[in-house]
Design a protein around this ligand. Structure first.
Ligand SMILES: [Zn+2]
Length: 114
């Protein structure tokens, strides 16, 4: 088989056992090897537009991360955004009534003095 001869092999960085380039896991020591093949990683993730990713995340936090395939990060950002917005809402919400009430009261008090 000509194809088999073309397959490149490298020594495992952990146990020095001969493994195939692109192997996900060493067949000898079972070490995780998925991260040591940069070419494969580049193939898997086609280039994303950084400007578009930034724009998406500005419009909706997490959307840019989702676009980049980082669903885990996207969830963190969306969660943080929702929590912050919810927090701000509940922190400011009662004060709107206090402020409007104070304004109306001040208005009425001022009328009394005329
Ligand atoms: Zn190994």
């Amino acid at each position: 088989m000509a194809d088999e001869e073309k397959l490149e092999t490298v020594p495992c960085p952990y146990c020095r056992g001969v493994i195939l380039v692109g192997a996900k896991r060493c067949k000898y020591c079972h070490a995780e090897l998925a991260g040591m093949w940069p070419e494969e990683a580049a193939d898997k993730k086609p280039g994303k537009n950084p400007a578009l990713a930034a724009l998406l995340s500005v419009l909706c936090p997490g959307l840019g991360q989702y676009y980049c395939g980082r669903t885990d990060k996207a969830i963190v950002f969306v969660f943080a955004f929702v929590v912050l917005v919810g927090l701000l809402y509940w922190l400011t919400f009662p004060w709107v009534f206090v402020a409007v009430g104070a304004g109306v009261d001040a208005f009425l008090e001022a009328r009394k003095t005329r």
